[in-house]
Design a protein around this ligand. Structure first.
Ligand SMILES: NC(=O)c1ccc[n+]([C@@H]2O[C@H](COP(=O)([O-])OP(=O)(O)OC[C@H]3O[C@@H](n4cnc5c(N)ncnc54)[C@H](O)[C@@H]3O)[C@@H](O)[C@H]2O)c1
Length: 300
């Protein structure tokens, strides 16, 4: 495989002032991309702000001979999202890549969670990714090229105690990516999702002894690949942790059908629950049309 280059490509990485986002920005810049390094520079729970986080990463990129521009806006408002994209358009004339990575945590068990903790987490992760991606999508459409990466989490895709707000926001991003993948296809815009596990300030306490095997740099190659011209697929979700990369998918199994004209009862469901639950012969639909395509021949 020839070396994957980002020469001539313009990338936005949100939350790139530290943790995983910093590694993506450094790696793409090292491979020739012009990078907008966005970071509000707040605490893990989303308090405060500090321009130095983004600025330091820009300095690091420039010291290594790369090209980058800082942006200090919060992703969590429509104006912030617009301005992050405007930063790329003003500095480099286009946007080819958006890595939606900015994130915060407000973990509490469901019974104790307050609505403010829900709002704050949805605002940064789900709405923030929407606010940055929509203006970027419009700019990409004009150029006929684009790569989106959304950062979900195994906490949403698989579930994790104490993270109802975060899990809901992260699973929402899978839906957002799936629809952007469908709407962007004709314009050469691909959209995929990563579920990383890495030792960062966000997870240090949670990971304990496992932290040493989970360096953020071990997530970077997969995300860099998804951001590159070499990536040709879309509408997918990947786990990336400790250098192991694996596909995650939502499958649809054949299920049980009582036959034409049969009006099913709750007892039918109980009697056939093993068939309804059976995963054998599943498909992985890439749109509602795929589900209907599998269903209609059975019903007719
Ligand atoms: N580390 C993991 O194991 C893990 C697991 C699953 C998902 N994630 C996700 O990966 C992403 C990166 O997390 P990380 O582990 O590198 O943590 P991190 O705290 O080091 O990085 C998150 C960055 O986002 C920035 N940020 C927060 N709110 C922002 C806002 N409103 N606008 C702009 N920037 C903002 C922070 O300042 C910070 O630099 C997050 O979306 C996180 O939820 C991480």
């Amino acid at each position: 495989m020839s070396e994957i280059s980002f020469d001539g490509r313009v990338a936005i990485v949100t939350g790139a002032g530290g943790g995983l986002g910093r590694t993506y920005a450094l790696e793409m810049a090292r491979r020739g991309a012009q990078v907008v390094v966005n970071d509000l520079g707040g605490s893990v729970d989303g308090q405060g702000g500090d321009d130095s986080a983004a600025q330091k990463v820009v300095d690091e990129i420039k010291a290594a001979g790369g090209e980058a521009t800082p942006n200090y806006d919060s992703v969590s408002t429509p104006e912030g999202g617009e301005n992050i994209v405007k930063t790329a358009l003003d500095a480099y004339g286009k946007v080819d890549i958006v890595i939606n990575n900015a994130g915060i945590l407000r973990d509490k068990s469901f019974a104790k969670l307050e609505w403010q903790d829900l709002d704050a987490v949805l605002d940064v992760h789900l709405k923030g990714a929407f606010y940055v991606s929509q203006p970027a999508f419009k700019a990409m459409k004009d150029n006929g090229y684009g790569r989106f990466i959304f950062t979900a989490s195994n906490a949403g895709v698989f579930g994790n105690f104490g993270q109802t707000n975060y899990g809901a926001a992260k699973m929402g991003l899978v839906g957002l990516s799936n629809v952007i993948a469908i709407e962007g296809a004709k314009a050469g815009i691909l959209s995929n999702v990563v579920c990383p596990v890495a030792a960062t300030r966000m997870t240090m306490e949670l990971l304990g002894d496992a932290a040493s095997a989970l360096e953020p740099e071990l997530v970077t190659p997969l995300v860099t690949y998804l951001a590159s011209e070499a990536c040709t697929f879309t509408h997918e979700v990947f786990s990336a942790a400790g250098g192991r990369y694996a596909r995650i998918f939502v499958g649809l199994a054949p299920g049980w059908y009582g036959g034409k004209g049969h009006v099913p009862t709750v007892e039918d469901v109980a009697d056939n629950i093993d068939k309804i639950e059976d995963q054998t012969g599943y498909i992985v639909p890439t749109s509602i049309a795929d589900e209907l395509g599998a269903l209609l021949p059975i019903l007719s």
